[in-house]
Ligand binder design. Structure first.
Ligand SMILES: Nc1ncnc2c1ncn2[C@@H]1O[C@H](COP(=O)(O)OP(=O)(O)O)[C@@H](O)[C@H]1O
Ligand SMILES: [Mg+2]
Length: 308
């Protein structure tokens, strides 16, 4: 396996409306998408689309929605042998209501019993140990993420997306993960102070690199900072006006990981990540639609255009 993703799996229902009605109102739905979703699954789909052999470690329920999302994941080429079907649980449902102009409202039903437990992760330990890269989606409970870290092979590229509230896990990740990626709010949790603009992002990323990770990618203002030992690059947002911001971070992580696994340097990986995020925000819903050739090309052209 190239990549094992540890994270959320669910059903994504996306509704596009002209405007969101107030209390007591109603509105016609102009577009509807029902697909495999959840941050972990979206990252897995991104990696699979970019040509990587991917396995997913997550939890679904024992309902019909679980059959649907597992079938979709298989059709995406994702190995779902380590997705746990929890008896009595309802598969996570993510409802994304998007108004014209890109304003988004997200309603999430993620019950506790579809969160990962250490035993779920331990039963996937063989797959985790054999992976070239392990993606940890940090909205999962700390004990499960800890179990995943325990299972990582010595040569695996450990990529962490987010910032755990748990102090012990956060310290462990900063000390042991090879790639740390966070949005602006999560970056603030990682360094213990708000990360507002680009300058603050550069400072935070450099500080984190000094503590261990090979690559740190932080959202900072209207850009992302990618830092490594001895350098950093500020990569702007790409593409046109966003249709729906959902899934941007997941595609960003997928692009970053695919580039690093292909042997590219961190700066190039940053451009791939930004191009992947830009592609996904140009679409309704969080599901990516990536292609390795197109992505490399878009990243290269953007880099030349921005003089990066
Ligand atoms: N047009 C764009 N081009 C490049 N990156 C983008 C674009 N729009 C959003 N992003 C990036 O996507 C990321 C969103 O991260 P996050 O908040 O973690 O998203 P998610 O909701 O998927 O968890 C940020 O790093 C942001 O800068
Ligand atoms: Mg995120």
């Amino acid at each position: 396996m190239d990549v094992v993703v540890v994270g959320q799996v669910g059903r994504d229902l996306v509704l596009r409306v002209g405007g969101v009605p107030g209390a007591g109102g109603s509105a016609p739905v102009r577009g509807r998408v029902e697909v495999l979703g959840g941050k972990g699954a979206n990252q897995a789909v991104a990696c699979a689309q970019l040509g990587l052999a991917v396995g997913l470690v997550g939890v679904v329920g024992d309902d019909r929605a679980a059959d649907d999302v597992l079938a979709q994941a298989r059709a995406d080429g994702i190995d779902v042998r380590h997705v746990v079907r929890r008896a009595g649980a309802a598969t996570a449902l993510l409802l994304d209501v998007v108004a014209d102009g890109g304003e988004r409202r997200l309603l999430e039903h993620v019950a506790d019993d579809v969160l990962l437990r250490p035993a779920d992760v331990r039963s996937a330990a063989g797959a985790v140990r054999g992976a070239r890269a392990v993606l940890l989606q940090l909205q999962q409970p700390a004990p499960a993420i800890g179990a995943a870290l325990d299972a990582c092979g010595p040569d695996a590229l450990v990529v962490a997306d987010g910032a755990p509230q748990d102090d012990g896990l956060r310290e462990r990740l900063v000390a042991t993960a090879h790639v740390l990626r966070a949005d602006a709010a999560e970056a603030g949790v990682l360094v213990g102070r708000p990360v507002g603009g680009v300058a603050a992002g550069v400072e935070a990323a450099r500080e984190l690199v000094a503590r261990g990770p090979r690559v740190v990618a932080l959202e900072a203002g209207d850009a992302n900072v990618v830092a490594w030992d001895g350098g950093h690059v500020v990569v702007p947002l790409l593409g046109g006006a966003p249709v729906d911001p959902t899934g941007a971070g997941d595609s960003f992580v997928g692009g970053l990981t695919a580039a690093l696994l292909a042997g590219h340097d961190p700066a190039t990986a940053g451009w791939w990540a930004s191009a992947a995020a830009a592609s996904t925000v140009g679409r309704l819903g969080g599901r990516p639609d990536l292609d390795p050739g197109r992505l490399a090309d878009a990243a290269r052209r953007a880099r030349v255009h921005h003089g990066g």
